[in-house]
Design a protein around this ligand. Structure first.
Ligand code: GTP
Ligand code: MG
Length: 425
C-alpha cells in the first residue's frame, strides 16, 4: 500500500551574479543550471533574477537596488527560499538572511542538500555528512542555531538535529569520527578489490546527466537508475563487460559513478574519495559528454579540472560524445573527432556506435599493466611520485629503510622499476 504524501514544493527564487570571467550568455546558462539543481532538490523555481556586475558585492552579493527588487518578488510571489549561484561568504549569508528574511542557500549548500537527500548507501551518507560539517565549520558562530536551520535547505536534511546546540569542538570531534569510519570502509573496499586485480578496469566519468548510467546499462545489462535529474547516481557500480572483435576477446570491468558539475564543492570532492576509488584505480577513463548540451565544452573543462583535483588527470581517456541522436546533423561530432584522437560519437539510449566504442576500449585496454611488489629506498622518491602519477598504489608500508609497495603500473613503468622488485605480486 502506498501512502500518498503531498510535500509542498518550496517556492524559490534563483539569483545569479555575473562576473568578468564569463560572458552574459554563459552566466545565464549557469543560472539555468542552478534552477535545474533547485528543481532536482525539490524546489519550485518561481523566478530567476540576474545581475551583471564586475564582481559580487562583498556584503550582499547583489547590489542594493537588486536586493530591493528581490524583496518585492518575495512578497508578491510568496517565495520562501532564495538560492544564489556561487558560494556565499558566511557574512554574505548572514546579511542576506537578515535582509530577505527567508531561507538563503548558495550553490554549494544546494549541492550538499541534494547529495544528502539522495545518498543511499552508508558510505555515501557518511561522506555527505562529513562534507556538510566541513562546509558548516567556518560558518559556525553565535549564528549556529540559525544557520543550522537554514542549512537544512530543501527537505531539511541538516547534519542531524543533535548537532544544533553544539559547538565547534564537537563538530571537529564528529568530523574526526566520520573520517575514521570512512577509512575503515575504504580498507574493506580495497580488500574486496584485490581479488579482481588481473582484470583491466575502465571507469565512466563525466558531467552529471551526460548519460553515464545509460551507457553503463547499454554495455553491461546492469540496471542502474537513469533519470533526467542532476546527480541521479551517487554510488559506484562495477560490472563485467565482454569486449570482442574478430581476433580478440576480453573480459574487463566497467564502473559507473557520481557525476561532476561546475564548482563541485571541494568538501564533497574530498569526502567522496571512497566512492571515487574505482575512478582513481581505473586503467582507462571513459569520459561521457552530452554533446547536445549548449555548454558541453565548459562541461568538459569542469570534468578535466575535477579529475586533476582527485589525482586522475593523467590517465588515458576515451572521449565519448553522447546523445548524437539529439543533434540536427553530425558536423559537430566530425569536427570533435578530428580534435580528439581517441573519441567516438554515440547514442547510449538508441545504441548507436556502441560497437565502435567497444573496439576502441579493446585497443586502449591493450596498453598492458602489471602488479608489482616493490621496495623503494628513500633515495628513490622520484620513482614513487611516478607510480602515484601513472599507476595505482594498492598497499604501502613505510619502513625504516624505505617504502614497501604493491602497485599496478604500466608495462613501460614496470621496466624502469625492475631494480626495485621484491617478488612478483
Ligand atoms: N537523447 C538522448 N538522451 C540520453 C542519451 N543517453 C542518456 N540520455 C538521457 O539523459 C538523462 C541522463 O541520463 P543518465 O544515464 O541518468 O545520466 P548520468 O550521466 O548517469 O547522470 P547522473 O547519474 O545524474 O550524473 C536521462 O534522461 C537519459 O534518458 C542519448 O543517447 N540520447
Ligand atoms: Mg548516473
Amino acid at each position: 500500500m502506498h501512502e500518498i504524501v503531498n510535500i509542498p514544493r518550496e517556492r524559490a527564487i534563483a539569483v545569479g551574479v555575473g562576473s568578468r570571467a564569463f560572458t552574459r550568455e554563459e552566466s545565464l546558462e549557469h543560472l539555468e543550471e542552478l534552477a535545474f539543481l533547485a528543481e532536482t532538490a525539490g524546489a519550485e523555481v518561481i523566478c530567476k533574477i540576474f545581475q551583471d556586475r564586475d564582481k559580487p558585492d562583498g556584503a550582499t552579493a547583489v547590489g542594493r537596488g537588486k536586493l530591493e527588487e528581490i524583496k518585492e518578488m518575495i512578497e508578491e510571489d510568496n517565495i520562501v527560499l532564495a538560492i544564489f549561484d556561487d558560494e556565499l561568504t558566511p557574512a554574505q549569508m548572514r546579511n542576506l538572511s537578515r535582509e530577505l528574511n527567508i531561507k538563503v542557500l548558495d550553490r554549494t549548500g544546494l549541492i550538499l542538500d541534494i547529495f544528502a537527500s539522495r545518498a543511499r548507501t552508508s558510505e555515501a551518507r557518511l561522506q555527505v555528512e562529513l562534507a556538510q560539517l566541513q562546509y558548516l565549520l567556518p560558518r559556525l558562530s553565535r549564528m549556529w542555531t540559525h544557520l543550522s536551520k537554514q542549512f537544512g535547505g530543501i527537505g531539511s536534511k541538516g547534519p542531524g538535529e543533535t548537532q544544533i546546540e553544539t559547538d565547534r569542538r564537537m563538530v571537529r570531534d564528529k568530523i574526526s569520527l566520520l573520517k575514521e569510519k570512512l577509512s575503515n570502509v575504504a580498507v574493506q573496499k580495497a580488500e574486496q578489490r584485490k581479488g579482481r586485480d588481473s582484470m583491466q578496469r575502465f571507469a565512466l566519468v563525466g558531467y552529471t546527466n551526460a548519460g553515464k548510467s545509460t551507457l553503463m546499462n547499454a554495455l553491461t545489462g546492469a540496471e542502474v537508475l537513469v533519470e533526467n535529474k542532476l546527480f541521479a547516481t551517487l554510488d559506484t557500480t562495477v560490472r563485467v563487460v565482454e569486449l570482442s572483435d574478430s581476433e580478440t576477446h576480453k573480459t574487463v570491468l566497467l564502473s559507473d559513478t557520481v557525476g561532476f558539475i561546475r564548482k563541485l564543492p571541494t568538501q564533497l570532492v574530498a569526502s567522496f574519495r571512497g566512492t571515487l576509488a574505482e575512478t582513481l584505480e581505473a586503467d582507462v577513463l571513459v569520459h561521457v559528454i552530452d554533446v547536445s548540451h549548449p555548454q558541453f565544452r565548459e562541461h568538459i573543462r569542469s570534468v578535466v579540472e575535477t579529475l586533476e583535483a582527485i589525482g586522475a588527470g593523467e590517465k588515458p581517456v576515451i572521449m565519448v560524445f553522447n546523445k548524437i541522436d539529439a543533434l540536427p546533423d553530425l558536423d559537430l561530432v566530425h569536427a570533435l573527432q578530428a580534435d580528439y584522437a581517441q573519441s567516438v560519437g554515440i547514442s547510449a539510449q538508441r545504441g548507436i556506435n556502441l560497437t565502435t566504442l567497444q573496439e576502441m576500449m579493446l585497443q586502449m585496454g591493450d596498453e598492458r599493466h602489471e602488479t608489482l611488489h616493490l621496495h623503494l629506498p628513500y633515495s628513490a622518491m622520484k620513482e614513487l611520485a611516478n607510480i602515484y602519477r601513472t599507476g595505482t598504489v594498492l598497499d604501502r608500508k613505510d619502513l625504516d629503510d624505505g617504502i614497501e609497495l604493491t602497485a599496478r603500473v604500466t608495462t613501460d613503468e614496470a621496466r624502469h622499476l625492475r631494480g626495485f622488485v621484491l617478488e612478483a605480486a
